[in-house]
Design a protein. Structure first.
Length: 421
């Protein structure tokens, strides 16, 4: 009998053998890539567990299709299903233009408090890449998902709200650096200690569980000292207090260097690494984007704020084959709620053509299976996708960049992945 996934009092998901999981096909190319992906999921679960486990898929709607059918971009029934069943998976959604919800994805993240946007970046051998050594890019991005610029606190120039903000800043806060006050729009960038700590805690737990060597705090604290700079400081404080026996931070290295010299500090760090401690370091955002090109092997897990994370995730995805195969998840590790999703757009020009690459949804499903603890099914899908790419049996996006490749449509690519299981 199909049952709901629940969160246990111990903070661990209770996943039945026949869980009910809501899904949204998505708009544009969504139906094509979903129908291919769900066949892969079902085949892998059958293969891994010999029929002992099976997902009961529950369709819900959002986006353009929902608007056409119900008059709502995000029907209450859909939001309620995402709340009730904890885990869900979705294709790309159209965002309304010229009013209404700013972004359906942002609305979901805010409503369910999905404070981590998790974006693993992995290179599959043979994937076309602009990098000389894309195999060195192996990172997991923990992007804060509910604060920063994406909080949506904005006021358009010429509105009473913008005038009130201007008056407050100039007359009450003594701000003198607004260059063109009469034509300025305003945005507010909230960054909290609580929001920082829960993100960094999740990132450190992931780093420890997966035995990865480092966590890098990416920030722009050299300029935004009380938001991005505070994010860095709070991250170090949390690492050094809650994870003191498991980490060694650059802060500690700097302190030892100041008190005892660089040679002693370096020896201390070597000892920490030899004892299996995680190195917690930081990098200014613009420098990180450079270092991710020049020395990606130096980074494993990254914790960063919302806007930085948006840029970084897509830039890293481009290094290993593009956003078309990049998976993503939005997670609240406290409540268990998680939405797994294709990270690309709806590509309406290619809707119903059965030509696009379904790998972003397939690999997001892999993340979902891992989150459920069904790692056997997750692993065989990852290997099967890798084999399809390695043998050059690919969709048009990769076919155009490979020599000697076999062109497959969306459903044929799913067939190939299933055959590789």
């Amino acid at each position: 009998m199909a049952e709901k996934i629940t969160m246990g009092t111990n903070g661990i998901l209770n996943v039945p053998n026949n869980p009910i999981i809501p899904f949204i096909q998505g708009d544009g190319i969504g139906p094509d890539i979903w129908s291919a992906s769900v066949r892969v999921f079902n085949a892998a679960i059958e293969k891994a567990y010999n029929g002992e486990k099976k997902i009961e898929w529950k369709e819900v709607v959002a986006g353009e299709r929902a608007f056409n059918e119900t008059g709502s971009w995000m029907p209450e029934e859909t939001m309620q299903a995402f709340k009730d069943y904890l885990l869900s998976i979705k294709g790309p959604l159209t965002t309304p233009v010229g009013g209404g919800i700013r972004s359906l994805n942002v609305a979901l993240r805010q409503e369910l408090d999905l404070y981590v946007c998790l974006r693993p970046v992995h290179y599959f051998e043979g994937t076309p890449s602009p990098m000389r050594h894309p195999e060195k890019v192996e990172m997991v991005i923990f992007r804060e998902n509910t604060e920063d610029i994406y909080a949506g606190i904005e006021f358009m120039t010429g509105t009473p709200e913008a005038k009130k903000m201007l008056d407050f800043l100039v007359n009450e806060m003594g701000v003198k650096k607004i260059r063109f006050p009469e034509t300025t729009s305003f945005g507010v960038k909230p960054v909290s200690k609580d929001g920082t700590e829960r993100l960094v805690r999740a990132a450190l737990l992931y780093t420890i569980e997966n035995k990865l060597p480092s966590l890098t705090i990416v920030h722009k604290g050299n300029i935004m000292k009380f938001t991005e700079g505070a994010f860095k400081n709070w991250a170090y404080e949390l690492a050094e207090t809650e994870f003191a026996d498991k980490v060694y931070t650059w802060n500690q290295w700097e302190k030892t260097k100041k008190e005892n010299g660089e040679a002693v500090a370096n020896e201390e760090m070597k000892t920490a690494v030899a004892n299996g401690k995680i190195i917690v370091k930081d990098c200014i955002a613009d420098n990180f984007l450079q270092q991710a090109m020049l020395a990606p092997q130096d980074y494993s897990v990254v914790a960063t704020l919302n806007l930085n994370g948006d840029y970084i995730s897509d830039a890293l995805a481009a290094q290993v084959g593009g956003i078309g195969i990049a998976p993503g998840a939005n997670i609240n590790y406290n409540t268990g709620h998680a939405v797994f999703e294709a990270t690309h757009g709806t590509a309406p020009r290619f809707a119903n053509t059965n030509t696009m690459n379904p790998s972003s949804v397939i690999l997001s499903g892999v993340m979902m299976l891992e989150y459920m603890g069904w790692k056997e099914a997750a692993n065989i899908i990852t290997n099967a996708v890798g084999k399809a790419i390695q043998t050059k049996k690919v969709t048009v996006d990769f076919y155009n960049l490979m020599e000697g490749a076999t062109l497959l449509n969306t459903s044929e690519f799913a067939d190939e992945v299933i055959a590789n299981l």
